[in-house]
Write a protein that binds this ligand. Structure first.
Ligand code: 13P
Length: 340
């Protein structure tokens, strides 16, 4: 394992007040978002959209790393430059999603386990050759009647640790993503409980499987009220509950916690991240930042709507969200920034 290389990548990803941009939607997920806006669901539309993202002027001011999808890591701009080269020139480290998706967990209705370990060692070598310096694996935990079960936590923690160990062996920094979903009418407490158990079991597995905690980045959910819960926790309560859970469950050796957005409205995700950094910075042993997909991309995607003439306006919106989240890392985000 190349410890120096891993640690240099971690430092690059957490540097300044920057964060990660997830642009690794699988084709079905990408198509779902395109379909909602009447955008054609074609390879060329996916390529054009990803070109819009990677060529956004100034993106490197707020984004340190971009998570690509298998197709995207080999794609090029219209004028023939590989996306990975465009990113590198902008000072953005290329990364790659390596899981093969969350599949139904046999014997546990409503629960999922993430697949993709078979052949992962070889795929990581290929991705490293293609320029990826970090990789992502997402596990999902749903809350509902009688779930999550202990089995679901355990199989997902085990797979995340196996993936993380393989990444470090390959000199690739693992972005370990256990996501407790927002879907449902559960309250904040239920999310806090599930998040804490998931993290405690995950770190147990990471230790057992000799994953070096200093050389990984955690990408978790924030602790939130379920989307359909009648009582929605305010920004302060979300920040307090989230940091409380993480202080109990995440070792101080972990260098960074970069949250996913999980379907939160973009401005609210920025406000919640800001609150954590504003109120709790002195208590937190790790960098607390962002690794958003929807909360950075969605406004830009809506503006673009598949039309070439909207590219510049969409890039402006993408840049704006990235800068707002960078401000939130410093605890300097305010709603007034939305008017800039
Ligand atoms: P969201 O920020 O849209 O949740 O996406 C993050 C991600 O990478 C999901 O795997």
């Amino acid at each position: 394992m190349n410890t120096m290389e891993l640690s240099a990548t971690v430092q690059a990803l957490l540097a300044g007040d920057k964060g990660l941009l997830a642009m690794d939607e699988s084709n079905p997920t990408c198509h779902k978002r395109f379909a909602a806006l009447g955008i054609p669901q074609t390879e060329e539309a996916r390529r054009a959209y990803r070109e819009l993202i990677v060529t956004t002027p100034g993106l490197g001011e707020a984004i340190s790393g971009a998570i690509l999808f298998d197709e995207t890591i080999r794609q090029k701009t219209k004028d023939g430059r590989l996306f990975v080269d465009v990113l590198r020139q902008a000072g953005i480290v290329p990364g790659i999603k390596v899981d093969a998706g969350a599949k139904a967990l046999a014997g546990f209705p409503g629960e999922k386990v993430t697949e993709g370990l078979d052949g992962l060692r070889e795929r990581l070598e290929d991705y490293a050759r293609a320029g990826a310096r970090f990789a992502k694996w997402r596990a999902v935990i749903a809350i509902g009647e009688g779930i999550p079960t202990r089995a679901c936590f355990e199989v997902n923690a085990h797979a995340l640790a196996r993936y993380a160990a393989l990444c470090q062996e390959a000199g690739i920094v693992p972005i370990v993503e256990p996501e407790v979903l927002m879907d449902g009418a559960h309250d904040l407490k239920a999310c806090a409980r599930a998040t804490e158990i998931s993290l405690v079991l995950l770190f147990g597995q990471l230790r057992k499987q000799r994953v070096v905690l200093e050389n990984l980045i955690l990408k978790p959910n924030m602790v939130l009220s379920g989307r359909d819960c009648p009582e929605q926790a305010d920004v302060e309560l979300v920040a307090r509950a989230t940091i409380g859970v993480f202080l109990r469950a995440v070792p101080a050796a972990v260098p960074g916690i970069m949250f996913l957005s999980g379907g939160q409205p973009a401005e609210l995700a920025s406000a919640r991240l800001n609150e954590m950094n504003l109120r709790f910075k002195s208590k937190m042993p790790w960098v607390v930042g962002f690794s958003f997909s929807r909360a950075i991309q969605q406004p830009a995607l809506e503006i673009w709507a598949g039309q070439e003439e909207n590219v510049a306006a969409a890039q402006k919106a993408l840049y704006h969200r990235a800068k707002c989240n960078s401000a939130a890392r410093r605890g300097e985000y305010t709603p007034a920034l939305e008017k800039d």
